[in-house]
Design a protein around this ligand. Structure first.
Ligand SMILES: O=P(O)(O)OC[C@H]1O[C@H](OP(=O)(O)OP(=O)(O)O)[C@H](O)[C@@H]1O
Ligand code: HPA
Ligand SMILES: [Mg+2]
Length: 160
């Protein structure tokens, strides 16, 4: 799917904070964790918010990249992993889309609990806990990727 065919779902800092806190409420009801593993880079901000809420100070990272600038999934590139099987650890990422990243990380850390803020239908079965589902043809714009700018009034956009 090309970028222009996608629906847009921009997320503000405030909304992200509120939804990450909703995830923390859900997670605190599930159990206690040895620590958090953040999936870079998208999981870093959500992991910081959740670590603060759950009073967790032990934070590790799985460092990886897969998407190109035109929103197309590419090869998964693992830059840094973590040892062990993930038992007792909480993995945090911003979202699951196709589920490829989650599948890869779950194979590496099969006993960890995998949580994201957002989930699309294809990735949903791979995540243990999430808060908001959006359709598969929606692209989520996180606050660190966007800035406010002028847009045409709707009537003008319809005319052009
Ligand atoms: O379910 P998937 O189709 O695998 O997509 C989800 C992953 O894609 C994005 O990361 P990306 O690799 O783009 O890097 P980033 O976190 O640095 O933005 C996002 O943060 C998830 O980690
Ligand atoms: O919808 C998305 N938004 C931001 N990054 C992503 N990586 C995969 N899907 C998405
Ligand atoms: Mg990511």
């Amino acid at each position: 799917m090309s970028v222009s065919q996608q629906k847009h779902f921009p997320v503000s800092w405030e909304e992200l904070h509120r939804t990450a806190k909703a995830l923390a409420w859900r997670l605190i009801g599930i159990g206690e964790w040895k620590g958090i593993i953040a999936i870079t880079r998208g999981g870093l901000v959500p992991a910081a918010i959740i670590a603060r809420e759950l009073d967790i100070r032990l934070i590790d990272t799985v460092c990886m990249a897969s998407y190109s600038d035109d929103h197309r999934p590419g090869e998964i590139n693992l830059l840094k992993g973590v040892g062990g099987d993930g038992d007792g650890w909480l993995i945090i990422d911003d979202l699951v889309d196709t589920g490829r990243t989650a599948k890869y990380v779950r194979e590496m850390l099969p006993k960890a609990h995998f949580a994201t803020i957002y989930a699309k239908p294809a990735g949903r079965p791979l995540v243990d806990t999430f808060i908001t589902e959006v359709s598969q043809d929606t692209w989520i714009y996180f606050p660190w990727d966007i800035e406010p700018q002028f847009v045409q009034p709707i009537a003008k956009m319809k005319r052009s």
